[in-house]
Design a protein around this ligand. Structure first.
Ligand code: B12
Ligand code: SF4
Ligand code: SF4
Length: 403
């Protein structure tokens, strides 16, 4: 039986939309013309400590989809929307924590992957041969946005997000690599940003660098709050801590200001992405108290199935300490005193910075008392700096180097 591939591709995309995806397209599998841009970005070190982006095998797999699925012929690319509204008062209230929208509910990897696997089964039942397929959602060395642009889903905004002109950018991308040839869609070639640069102006850390000579949007991930609060394992560079504000896990600012997101984002219909109460603008003090009372294992159990597990207990506490410092209220001192004696040096060091930033008599006396007992050199350095920032430097605006 010969199958009408165009009809099958249309039915597959229709079925994807009926299963909850808001966009679906087919991308071709030939090598991306943007690999040199990817390599240049890595060579400039803009990926920071994300070694999974720079490992030689991971770079070469990005250049050749065949090394991920033998005899790959086409890729179904889908978008799954996750927008949720901020609770009232957030993010303006500095005493409350902001968790990026994508991480307020359940882990999207499982949600999207399961839907992709169902699509693969649906397709398999409609062809004579046995279908080989691989599902990806932020789970492998693949240029996901590049494939999405080639499948016609949208363009690369100056905020580096893949943006759709009718849906904005609050969506995850999911990919189904197929050993079945399906006719590709037209790529999305226009740049709809025009003269806008709202995202560049709004980024608090200056991570967005505009377009390069070829038109590729450039981000210095080392400065991005999403990297600093999720991917970075060690201390957050002191000069960037004030710019993080109350964003304790990820960041949406460059999407919040984008006219396309502002106009078209609607709350997701996926129940799994509804915010868990503990991540819906929680009080910084309550969140810190909860985290301090959990062991590493307790943390994994308490937040099972949530994307925030990626930061780990120490990483998330590190971020919450920074936000407490940025809040700067004496009401945060009691919980920071607990953090100052936490078993994790990463947490103690950021608690010291935060107490120095609060700068109240009680905060300063806690730091002075702790200075004598602290055994870790890096934490001692943070305490010393918090007690006596170099002249001309505002407390909290600079400090010891990240190690
Ligand atoms: C590493 C990573 C990060 C890093 C680096 C981000 C970045 N912008 O590169 C950090 C930790 C900072 C991050 C943050 C976020 N991420 Co992230 N991240 C990734 C990941 C794993 C790899 C991205 C990558 O390879 N970056 C390196 C750059 C060079 O590659 P690229 O973005 O694909 O860039 C291409 C363009 O430059 C283009 N290009 C080259 N030349 C030219 C020329 C022209 C003319 C043009 C137009 C383009 C072009 O080609 C490059 C290579 O293909 C992807 C998943 C994946 N496997 O792709 C998710 C992914 C990009 N992240 C995602 C999300 C949701 C986020 C956050 C919103 C989460 C949050 N709220 O905190 C933020 C957004 C921050 C931001 N403004 O980017 C989604 C984005 C969905 C979308 N609509 O675009 C993805 C696709 C995951 C998914 N499957 O849904 N992320
Ligand atoms: S996610 Fe936040 S920090 Fe990162 S580029 Fe966008 S606005 Fe800047
Ligand atoms: S804010 Fe403006 S420049 Fe930035 S991605 Fe959106 S449209 Fe493009």
């Amino acid at each position: 039986m010969t199958i009408d591939r165009r009809k099958l591709a249309d039915e597959l995309k229709q079925h994807a939309l009926a299963s909850g995806f808001s966009l679906a397209g087919i991308a071709p599998v030939d090598a991306s013309e943007h690999m040199p841009a990817y390599r240049a970005w890595i060579d400039e070190g803009r990926h920071g400590e994300m070694a999974y982006l720079s490992r030689a095998d991971a770079v070469s797999r990005r250049a050749d989809l065949d090394s991920t699925l033998n005899d790959v012929r086409s890729v179904l690319v889908v978008a799954h929307e996750y927008f949720v509204e901020d609770p009232p008062g957030v993010p303006e209230d500095a005493s409350r924590a902001v968790i990026a929208r994508y991480a307020r509910g359940d882990d999207y990897h499982d949600v999207v992957k399961n839907k992709l696997i169902s699509l693969a089964r649906w397709l398999d039942a409609r062809i004579d041969s046995k279908l080989q397929a691989r599902a990806y959602v932020d789970t492998g060395p693949i240029l996901e946005r590049d494939l999405a642009q080639r499948a016609g889903l949208g363009w690369f905004g100056k905020n580096t997000m893949l943006i759709n002109p009718q849906r904005g950018s609050y969506f995850f991308l999911g990919l189904l690599l197929l050993d079945l040839e399906l006719p590709p869609d037209e790529p999305f070639v226009e740049d709809r940003c025009g003269t806008c640069q709202a995202c560049l102006d709004a980024c608090p850390t200056g991570a967005l660098l505009g377009r390069d000579g070829s038109g590729a949007p450039i981000i210095d991930a080392r400065r991005c709050i999403s990297y600093l609060t999720i991917e970075l394992r060690g201390p957050i560079p002191a000069e960037l801590r004030p710019d993080i504000g109350n964003r304790v896990y990820g960041c949406d600012i460059c999407q919040e200001v984008c006219p396309f997101s502002r106009k078209f984002s609607v709350p997701s219909e996926e129940p799994a992405y509804s915010a868990r109460p503990e991540f819906d603008g929680p009080s910084l003090v309550e969140l810190a108290e909860r985290l301090l009372s959990l062991s590493g294992r307790g943390f994994r159990r308490a937040f099972a199935g949530s994307p925030v597990l990626r930061a780990g207990r120490k990483g998330l506490l590190r971020n919450v300490c920074v936000a407490l410092g940025n809040w700067g209220s004496p009401s945060g001192v009691a919980v920071l005193a607990r953090a100052l004696v936490d078993p994790a040096s990463l947490v103690r060091g950021h608690a010291a910075w935060a107490l120095g930033t609060v700068g109240s008599p009680e905060a300063i006396s806690l730091l002075s008392e702790r200075a004598a007992d602290e055994a870790d050199d890096w934490v001692r350095g943070e305490i010393e700096f918090a007690l006596s920032p170099p002249s001309g430097t505002k407390r909290g605006s600079s400090g010891s180097e990240a190690r």
